[in-house]
Write a protein that binds this ligand. Structure first.
Ligand SMILES: [Fe+2]
Ligand SMILES: [Fe+2]
Length: 481
C-alpha cells in the first residue's frame, strides 16, 4: 500500500491524479468560484481577512498528514483526499458480500448511492452556515481558531462529496454539486435537507454541544459509509474521519471546560447545591442544570438524524452494499442479516416496549445505539470532571423518546426519563427539560468576545494544552485591523 503524496501544483490539491483526469478537473475548477462566493457570503462573518493558525491536510499518511500555518480562510487549500486504496478489498456486507469492491458506480444502485452522497454533502456547508456568527463572541483566540478549523474542514468535506458527484455521476452529479451551494441552513424556501442542520447555533455552548452531538452523528454516518462497497466513497469517508476526530475534541473539551469553570466557581463561592441557579449565574458561569437542558436539546435533535428506527430504506442501502454498520468488518455474523433480529424501542398500545424487529430494517436503530454508547462515554468523562471538583451533579442522556420529531416517538411527549405525558403536562414542564428563552438570554449575556492572546472569558476554563503544542499566550488568530 503506497501513500500518495498530495499534488499542490493544480489549483485543487489532490491525491487522485486530477491533472490526468481533465474532465473532472474542469468540472471542479468551474465549481470552485461558486464555492468561494458561497464561502465569502455564508462563511465566518467578519474574519475573512484574519490570519488563522490552521492545519491543512498535506498527505493521507496517518503519522503526519497535516501541517500548521497562518492562512486567510478564503485562501485555504481545500483539496480532494482519499485514503489509500486497499488492493483486494471486497464488499463487506449485504447481497454482494465478498465480491470485489466497486471502483465504478453499479448501475442498479446509482440513484440510491447519489442520494447518500448528496445527503452527506448537504450537512457539511450547513454547519458552516450555522456557525458563521460565532466569531464575534469567541471566548478566546484559541476557541476562535477552533471554530474556524472546524469550518474549513467542513468546507473540505463538501469538496470531498462534490468530487464524488462530479467524477462518478455525470450531468446530474454536476447539478447536485451546484445545488449544494444553493440551499441555506434555516432558509424557509430552500432549507438544508436535515432538521438539525436548520437549527440556529446562537452561542458557544450550543456550538460545543453541536460539535459533540451532531458532528458525532456525522462521525457515525461516515463510519457506516466508510464500509461502503463503493470503494471511492469508502476511501473518501475514511480520510474525512481523520479530520472529524478534531471536531469531536472541540465539542467534548469545549463543554468539559465550561463544566470545569462552573464547578470551580461554585467551590470558590462556597455554593454546594447545583440547583442554586441564580447564585451560580451571578458568578458569571453557566449552571449545570442549564447545561443539562442544552444537552437534552442537542442529543434529541441529533437522534432524529438517524431516521426512523424501522426503515426499509436503510435495509435497502445495506442489502445493496452501499451503507454498512459501525465497524462492520469487526462484527461476527453473516453480514447479510437475512434472518437476524435486533431489539427496537417502539410505541405499542400507548406504552414504550422493546420489540424484536428484523435486523435489516433496524439498521438505523443499531447505528443509533452505537452512537448513544459513544455519547455516553463522553458524558462519563464530563461527570468525572464534576466528581473530581466535588460537586453533587451528574449529566445523563435523556430517553430516546424525549423530544423527537422523527420515528416512533414523534407523536407523543416523553419526559427525559421516558415517562409518557399528555400535552398539558408537556407544555407546563418542558422549560425544565429544554432551554427556555430566558436560559438563552442568560447564556447570550455571557457571550462577550475575548481577543487578547492567552485570555479566556470567565465562563470557560483554559485548555490544558495548546493546539500544535503552542504556549498558552499563542496568537491563534491575527485579527485584521
Ligand atoms: Fe464534516
Ligand atoms: Fe465535523
Amino acid at each position: 500500500m503506497t501513500i500518495q503524496t498530495v499534488d499542490y501544483t493544480t489549483k485543487i490539491p489532490n491525491n487522485v491524479n486530477l491533472t490526468e483526469d481533465r474532465q473532472v478537473l474542469r468540472a471542479l475548477e468551474s465549481w470552485h468560484p461558486g464555492y468561494i462566493d458561497w464561502w465569502l457570503d455564508m462563511g465566518p462573518e467578519g474574519f475573512q481577512d484574519a490570519l488563522v493558525y490552521l492545519r491543512t491536510a498535506v498527505s493521507v499518511d496517518p503519522k503526519g498528514w497535516a501541517k500548521f500555518d497562518y492562512v486567510k480562510m478564503p485562501n485555504y487549500r481545500w483539496g480532494i483526499l482519499l485514503a489509500p486504496k486497499d488492493e483486494g478489498r471486497t464488499v463487506p456486507f449485504g447481497r454482494h458480500y465478498g465480491e470485489p469492491a466497486w471502483q465504478e458506480v453499479p448501475g442498479e444502485y446509482r440513484a440510491m448511492l447519489r442520494r447518500l452522497v448528496v445527503i452527506q454533502g448537504d450537512t457539511e456547508p450547513a454547519s458552516v452556515e450555522q456557525q458563521r456568527h460565532l466569531g464575534k463572541t469567541a471566548p478566546s483566540l484559541y476557541d476562535l481558531r477552533n471554530v474556524f478549523q472546524v469550518n474549513v474542514e467542513e468546507g473540505r468535506h463538501l469538496w470531498a462529496m462534490v468530487y464524488l458527484l462530479q467524477k462518478y455521476f455525470g450531468r446530474d452529479g454536476r447539478e447536485e454539486a451546484a445545488a449544494l451551494l444553493q440551499r441555506r441552513s434555516g432558509d424557509a424556501d430552500k432549507p438544508r435537507m436535515l432538521g438539525a442542520f436548520n437549527e440556529a447555533t446562537p452561542d458557544w455552548l450550543s456550538f460545543h454541544m453541536f460539535t459533540f452531538f451532531t458532528d458525532r452523528d456525522g462521525k457515525m454516518q461516515l463510519e457506516s459509509l466508510a464500509q461502503s462497497g463503493f470503494d471511492p466513497l469508502s476511501r473518501t469517508c475514511r480520510f474525512m474521519l481523520t479530520e472529524e476526530a478534531h471536531h469531536m475534541f472541540v465539542g467534548e473539551t469545549g463543554v468539559g471546560r465550561t463544566i470545569q469553570r462552573t464547578c470551580e466557581a461554585m467551590k470558590e463561592a462556597g455554593i454546594e447545591d447545583p440547583g442554586e441557579i441564580d447564585k451560580i449565574r451571578a458568578l458569571g458561569v453557566i449552571d449545570l442544570p442549564t447545561m443539562q437542558k442544552k444537552l437534552n436539546l442537542h442529543y434529541s435533535l441529533s437522534l432524529d438524524l438517524f431516521g426512523s428506527e424501522v426503515s426499509t430504506n436503510a435495509a435497502n442501502t445495506f442489502t445493496a452494499g452501499l451503507k454498512g454498520r459501525f465497524q462492520e468488518t469487526k462484527i461476527q455474523d453473516d453480514h447479510r442479516l437475512e434472518s437476524a433480529t435486533y431489539p427496537v424501542l417502539k410505541l405499542v398500545d400507548g406504552e414504550i416496549k422493546r420489540v424484536d424487529e428484523p435486523a435489516l430494517t433496524a439498521i438505523n436503530m443499531r447505528l443509533r445505539d452505537d452512537y448513544t454508547a459513544d455519547c455516553q462515554r463522553g458524558l462519563d468523562r464530563w461527570n468525572k470532571i464534576i466528581d473530581k471538583i466535588g460537586v453533587p451533579f451528574k449529566f445523563t442522556l435523556p430517553h430516546v423518546g424525549f423530544h423527537r420529531q422523527i420515528g416512533e416517538f414523534k407523536d407523543v411527549h416523553a419526559t427525559p426519563d421516558g415517562t409518557l405525558v399528555d400535552d398539558a403536562t408537556w407544555a407546563r414542564d418542558k422549560a425544565n427539560w429544554l432551554p427556555s428563552s430566558a436560559d438563552g438570554e442568560f447564556i447570550a449575556s455571557l457571550m462577550k468576545p475575548v481577543t487578547e492572546p492567552g485570555q479566556f472569558a470567565g465562563w470557560i476554563a483554559p485548555p490544558r494544552v495548546g493546539i500544535d503544542n503552542k504556549p498558552g499566550d499563542f496568537e491563534y488568530v491575527k485579527i485584521a485591523a
